[in-house]
Design a protein around this ligand. Structure first.
Ligand SMILES: Cc1cc2nc3c(=O)[nH]c(=O)nc-3n(C[C@H](O)[C@H](O)[C@H](O)COP(=O)(O)O)c2cc1C
Length: 323
């Protein structure tokens, strides 16, 4: 039995599998689907402090959370401690998430260009200020998500500062920012961070199946595993990994049938939570139908469909041999 309980702040979960924050992916419907499949904690897409303070605040939070998606974390991206504080207080008030996370890992130029995401890791002082500013005023436990740095000592220094500033957990993606997604996630550095800190450390990067999950937990000794890309179009990965860590046995599934069933459930959830029109369905359809014959037909036609019912009909017609 390798599925352990996880405790972050006051939040205790029976397992330690987390859904990674992913822009344009981890909307409420997708998070609910991952949760139904066994994710213990989910994170929202990153919310920009600047955008929230400049735009209609309430409209940005519309459809962000629901009582069914708990415990969950809201991830913030920003570089000004004051703006992050104001945003976090507003979110705490409006959504009462169990966790508020700070994005310190995104390497996309449009984010780092404004000093946010992984660019924060260039300034230990700012990292410390941001986390202390938040832990000083929030009732909600604060977590941070980082990438590793060029040298291990630097990664450990940042990790120690984040803990010292009062964070309740730290997620480490074992790649440097300049790697983007090339190479492999470095489990040795993640293990070094885990050994250094007393707060829970969550391992992230390249956990895609039963074996990679087992290796990550055994090798790093981390308190939790965070899964990102492997869940895209495949929330069932949580069920598979969970089952394996609990029993040592692999679930037998027909991946094609499973993907289509999950896609239908996803569309139904988008409709139920009125998120259908605000989601990039072509992208999600691409992931959910990856590797299936007839997937191109769906992607081509999707933009003209009015609602989820029409899309479910299209899926059925496109995959007659499976239904
Ligand atoms: C489409 C996409 C969007 C992402 N958006 C975010 C984000 O908003 N915040 C964040 O901290 N990381 C983001 N990430 C990084 C993931 O959370 C995760 O750290 C990374 O994908 C490595 O984990 P994986 O190998 O399990 O995918 C994103 C990744 C992808 C693929």
């Amino acid at each position: 039995m390798k599925l352990n309980k996880l405790k972050i702040g006051k939040t205790e979960t029976p397992g330690n599998l987390l859904l990674a924050p992913m822009a344009d992916v981890t909307n409420l419907a997708f998070r609910l689907l991952c949760r139904q499949n066994g994710a213990d904690i989910t994170y929202t897409e990153m919310i920009s402090a600047d955008a929230l303070l400049n735009e209609n605040r309430k409209s940005l939070l519309k459809g962000l959370s629901s009582p069914e998606d708990r415990p969950f974390g809201v991830q913030l991206v920003g570089s000004s401690p004051e703006k992050l504080r104001e945003t976090a207080l507003f979110i705490e008030d409006e959504c009462s998430p169990e966790l508020i996370d700070v994005n310190m890992g995104c390497p996309a130029p449009r984010i780092t260009g404004t000093g946010c995401g992984s660019a924060l890791l260039n300034s230990e002082k700012l990292v410390y200020e941001i986390i202390s500013e938040l832990t000083g005023v929030l009732k909600t436990p604060v977590t941070a998500k980082i990438r590793i740095l060029e040298r291990d000592e630097k990664t450990l220094e940042i990790a120690r500062l984040i803990e010292k500033a009062g964070a309740s957990a730290l997620t480490v993606h074992g790649r440097k920012a300049e790697q983007m997604y090339s190479g492999n996630s470095d489990l040795t550095t993640i293990r070094a961070v885990k050994r250094e800190l007393s707060i829970p450390v969550i391992a992230n990067g390249d956990i895609r199946d039963e074996e990679s999950a087992e290796v990550a937990i055994d090798f790093t000794g981390c308190d939790g595993l965070m899964i990102g890309r492997a869940a895209m179009g495949n929330p069932f990965v949580f069920k598979r990994i969970r089952h394996y860590l609990e029993t040592g046995e692999k679930l037998k599934i027909d991946r094609q049938v499973q993907q289509l069933e999950d896609f239908k459930s996803y569309i139904a959830l988008l409709e139920e939570y009125s998120l259908y029109s605000s989601t990039n369905l072509r992208m999600h359809a691409h992931w959910f139908t990856k590797g299936l014959h007839g997937s191109r037909q769906i992607r081509e036609k999707i933009n003209n469909l009015k609602d989820g019912k029409a899309l479910i009909e299209l899926i059925k017609n496109s995959f007659e041999e499976i239904y």
